[in-house]
Design a protein around this ligand. Structure first.
Ligand SMILES: Cc1ncc(COP(=O)(O)O)c(C=O)c1O
Length: 429
């Protein structure tokens, strides 16, 4: 007995000391450029601090919002999900309502059952599922991203082992769309393209309807596959249908893919509720594709959570709640547009020689300010204002209370070299 214990203990000790080596080669992962901004903001004790990093809606007090339509849906469904033994019925209803938002409720593709849709873990999860699907059925393909794009797109397709390329999108001089360069990009026929249908992240620059038509035409001629990442429907123009105008691709007979997120436009970030849909040639193909998407999801995370999907489908399938949501989306978009106007007006009032027109020309949550990495660093260290180093500002973080402080601070860091022309002024904070 004594001998047995000693041997066991010696064995345990040597195993435990060897086990330390299992993870010795693992270093710290690179910081996420977006999450890093919030971390820096949180440890700053200044009362003036402003977080322009977070890509979620905030009210004019800088606070997260629970929409009234969500509160009403919560009240209606209270307890009901516990009656469901499986979530597939909830998921199907959710998918049906979600795709109507993108394709239009009377669209043929909806009525003919030509789309295959699956509930996903918010927009990120929908992109990840599609990337995996792409790898499985087009293992030699690439993905073309606009330059620049949401930083996580690179991670998502990289982890699915799909190589990436970029296509021209943003013009740093005009701070608008580089349409001519975009149209003359040369990807091999039959390539996969990721497009932001509205409120492009990070630039806030969207093609016009006419430009979308031309892009669609070119894609058709080159047989490209358009994958739309719809993370901000409603938050660009305030109107859900206008923000889905890129879907005119359907008129040219494209088969498309679409990732939808309800994180921002319904304020359901924490519920991770999204939808991936793939438009197919016919209902039979849609059944096959859906089964493949479910197969991929099953191995990745089983199934999606039920509560957020139940909230969304309750809102979208009830006329009054949907009308309330439409109104609330408009209110969110209008507040952001108003803050764009105020920030530009404040900067112009300060006599800035920088052209700030793009603040109001760009749309959606983000303004691609044109501030350099050094200027962004100065805003953080001297003025307690945080944004990503590419100069992307989340306009949701701008409020009536902080807009003049923000304008004064931006003016301070951009005024260098202009002082001979313009005496330094300040406006009331
Ligand atoms: C373009 C784009 N796609 C997808 C997402 C992911 O959204 P979600 O929070 O729903 O995963 C974001 C969020 O920042 C985004 O900007």
């Amino acid at each position: 007995m004594w001998r047995y214990t000693m041997i066991t203990r010696r064995c345990f000790m040597s195993t435990s000391s060897r086990a330390v080596g299992w993870w010795d080669h693992v270093g710290v992962a690179p910081k996420d450029p977006i999450n890093g901004v919030t971390e820096a903001f949180l440890v700053d004790c200044s009362p003036n601090k402003i977080n322009l990093g977070v890509g979620a809606y905030r009210d004019d007090e800088g606070k997260p919002v629970v929409l009234q339509c969500v509160r009403e849906a919560e009240a209606k469904i209270a307890g009901s999900e516990f009656l469901e033994s499986i979530s597939s019925a909830v998921s199907s209803k959710f998918v049906e309502e979600s795709v109507k938002l993108v394709y239009g409720k009377d669209s043929d593709v909806v009525n003919e059952g030509r789309f295959s849709g699956i509930q996903a873990l918010s927009g990120t999860g929908a992109c990840r599922l599609f990337a995996e699907f792409q790898r499985r059925f087009y293992p030699k393909s690439r993905i073309y991203f606009p330059h620049p794009t949401w930083s996580n797109h690179h991670n998502i397709w990289r982890d699915a082992q799909i190589p990436e390329s970029t296509f021209h999108y943003y013009h740093p001089n005009s701070k608008g769309l580089n349409f001519a360069a975009l149209m003359s990009d040369n990807a091999p026929d039959g390539s996969f393209f990721l497009l932001h249908p509205c409120a492009h992240n990070p630039t806030g620059v969207d093609p016009t309807e006419e430009q979308w038509r031309e892009i669609s035409c070119q894609f058709k001629a080159k047989n490209h596959f358009p994958f739309f990442d719809m993370a901000y429907q409603g938050l660009a123009s305030g109107d859900l249908d206008s923000d889905a105008q890129a879907i005119i691709f359907l008129e040219d007979g494209h088969l498309i893919g679409c990732a939808q997120s309800f994180a921002k436009n319904m304020g359901l970030y924490g519920h991770r509720v999204g939808c991936l849909s793939v438009l197919c040639n016919d209902a039979k193909q849609a059944v096959a594709i859906k089964s493949q998407l479910q197969h991929i999801a099953r191995a990745m995370y089983g199934g999606p959570p039920i509560h957020g999907a139940l909230l969304v489908s309750t809102i979208l399938s009830d006329l009054d709640k949907k009308a309330l949501w439409v109104k609330e989306v408009k209110t969110m978009a209008s507040r952001i547009q108003k803050m764009r106007g105020s920030l530009r007006a404040c900067l112009e009032e300060l006599g800035s020689f920088v052209n700030w027109e793009h603040i109001t020309n760009q749309v959606g949550l983000f303004c691609f300010s044109g501030l350099t990495a050094d200027q962004v660093d100065r805003l953080a260290t001297e003025f307690h204002i945080y944004m990503t180093r590419d100069g992307r500002m989340s306009m949701a973080g701008v409020t009536t209370g902080n807009v003049s402080y923000l304008a004064n601070s931006i003016h301070e860091v951009t005024v260098f070299g202009q002082e001979a022309k313009s005496p330094r002024r300040r406006i009331g904070i």
